[in-house]
Design a protein around this ligand. Structure first.
Ligand code: E4P
Length: 218
């Protein structure tokens, strides 16, 4: 399973990259706003900075919600760096735009996906990635992980090449759950990735090894 980090924070992206396990980055307008990056030019420069850190796919989301606007914006974003994947919302004009980008060889991430039906349309349009939102479904008493598994099975049944990118991951357990249902990618906050390292038996075992070493070696 590939690991993306779900942030626009350069320090966190660098930290995840330095860990040696990072395959890419996802951003969205809220994450960009959280970093206080204002204005189109600054935002585009920020995407380029992210691409310079990571040797992998970097999702940059269009703001336009109409077909022509998405095409214009998506082509500009894609031209920033070869690592950019154009992130497009799962609405009718978005599906049309994904089809257009697919034919142009521009990679896409179909975002805000909450059903198998939406994922089917994204795959038929040729999306590179589809992003089912786990946490937001769980927030309304849905089952985000089950949706990820359902999409994985549907894509395998029909041999769609679209990769299932589990998004809106809120904790480390979500990551493990995604492994169990066969997600291709999980995009996670840094804390959830680092949480994978935690195990009390690792800490206790290491403590004992070092104590025993010191008993003999001083
Ligand atoms: C990433 O592609 C999504 O935009 C992001 O995971 C959404 O996460 P949230 O539901 O925690 O805002």
């Amino acid at each position: 399973m590939k690991f993306f980090i779900d942030t626009a924070n350069l320090e966190q992206i660098q930290e995840a990259y330095d860990l040696g396990v990072l395959d890419g980055v996802t951003t969205n307008p809220s994450l960009m706003a959280k970093e206080g990056i204002k204005g189109v030019q600054n935002q585009r420069e920020h995407y380029v900075k992210i691409c310079k850190i990571v040797d992998g796919d970097v999702s940059a989301e269009v703001i336009a919600t109409d077909y022509e606007g998405m095409i214009r914006e998506g082509e500009e974003l894609a031209a920033l760096d070869p690592h950019i994947v154009v992130k497009v919302p799962c609405i009718a004009d978005g599906i049309k735009a994904i089809k257009y980008f697919t034919e142009k060889g521009i990679r896409t991430n179909c975002t805000l996906v909450f059903s198998v039906g939406q994922a089917l349309l994204a795959a038929k349009a040729g999306a590179t990635y589809v992003s089912p939102f786990i946490g937001r479904l769980d927030d309304i008493c849905g089952n985000g992980v089950r949706l990820v598994g359902d999409i994985v099975r549907m894509y395998r049944t029909y041999d769609y090449k679209t990769q299932v990118l589990a998004a809106s991951i809120r904790n480390t357990k979500h990551i493990i759950d995604c492994v169990e249902v066969g997600a291709d990618v999980a995009t996670c906050p840094l804390g959830a990735i680092k949480g994978l390292l935690n195990h009390p038996l690792t800490d206790a075992g290491l403590k004992k090894f070092l104590e025993d070493y010191r008993k003999v070696n001083g």
